[in-house]
Design a protein around this ligand. Sequence first.
Ligand code: GRF
Length: 193
Amino acid sequence: MRIVVLVSGSGSTLQALLDAVGEQRIPAQIVAVGADQQCRGLQRAEEAGVQSFAVPPSAFADRAAWNRGLQRAVDGFAPDLVVLAGFMRILDEQFVAAFQGRIINTHPALLPSFPGAHGVRDALAHGVKITGATVHHVAPAVDAGEILAQVAVAVRPEDDEASLHERIKVAERELLVDTVARIALDRGPSAAS
Ligand code: GRF
């Protein structure tokens, strides 16, 4: 199974996938890592010997053109699965439709609660005692799409956004690795190709 991962930041979630593939805990290949900007995540790909590419919005006339550019770049790797791992841009309907059914995202909250770019901060501000992470199919609406897996993480009284997010990320990385492994195994013998 050919995987393309999209990142925007530090890429610790990507690193968990790279490690799992490297240790054969996921029967698949990460054929490329893409980002909307230069970031630590792309460096992690290069360090792992995986092709990387950046498609910065600044290089395109508008949002739609950028979506087309990113879509072409991703499609060029013939992915069986696209994984958004800390990718912080909104993909348009045409992009999602092109990969419908084979594009998943991980979100650091228990969807449908606290969607959007500040799920950890919003959960903390709301005073929830339990939050967590969600891996879901990507649908045109932000953070919508069929939920594939979730994990609960307790909020501690002393938590701030950073400490809570770091603790969520530990559970989230395991959740994403397990979910991607299950998708790869469900694909059957061709999984390792
Ligand atoms: C993850 O919690 C992801 O769900 C959220 O941002 C974090 C990405 O962290 N969108 P990293 O860049 O993988 O370290």
